[in-house]
Design a protein around this ligand. Structure first.
Ligand SMILES: [Zn+2]
Length: 204
């Protein structure tokens, strides 16, 4: 009986350790995503001012800049969510960023971001939600669930940009509780987390 109980505790510890490791992973992933968004927003902003480019191309760059700024804002919300979960559990949150991304072209930056968003929303975050749910850590489960759903919204926006950059909006509204990116200010509470409209920050 004792052996069974001890084995049960050991397994529970393993589950918690896994959630802690996952939290460190996502802090790193989201820090890199935020840094990449910052770098590409700046590059797109520069290109949008470049008079050597035609009006069509400059508009595409301006739209890319707004999209990357919205992404940066959204990732910042997720970083704060994950740091809050770490703090609640008494874990030290390590935020480590990798190297600056190479800015070959803004379009390639969009494609790379989209690939990462697809992977994170379809593979990484769903697995992390399942692991968090096993431990009964509702804050971690909620944070990973928001991130999974929001990364999917980000992917839809980045895919839309690749299809028709000119049709993209000039400004976005980012929920400061869950990080969802909306293309217009919601009239009602956030569809993802229920935050009131005044929790949305305009980014352009
Ligand atoms: Zn929200």
């Amino acid at each position: 009986m004792l052996v069974v109980l001890l084995a049960g505790c050991a397994q529970e510890d393993d589950y918690v350790r896994e959630v802690r490791k996952n939290l460190e992973t996502v802090l790193q992933v989201e820090c890199n995503a935020r840094m990449g968004a910052q770098v590409f927003a700046a590059a797109a902003d520069d290109a949008a001012q470049n008079e050597a480019l035609n009006a069509h191309e400059r508009t595409a760059q301006r739209k890319a800049c707004a999209l990357f700024r919205a992404l940066e804002c959204s990732e910042q919300v997720h970083i704060a969510l994950f740091e809050a979960v770490a703090k609640r559990n008494g874990w030290k949150a390590h935020r480590t960023c990798g190297d600056y991304p190479n800015v070959d072209s803004v379009r390639k930056g969009i494609e790379d971001a989209l690939r990462a968003q697809d992977y994170e929303s379809q593979v990484m975050f769903p697995a992390f939600v399942r692991a968090a749910r096993r431990t009964g850590d509702t804050a971690a489960t909620e944070a990973f669930s928001y991130a999974a759903a929001v990364e999917q919204v980000q992917a839809e926006l980045f895919r839309a940009y690749l299809e028709n950059a000119q049709a993209m909006p000039d400004a976005y509204h980012v929920c400061q509780r869950c990080g969802i990116i909306e293309t217009s200010l919601p009239a009602a509470n956030c569809q993802m987390c229920g935050a009131p409209p005044d929790k949305f920050k305009e980014v352009r």
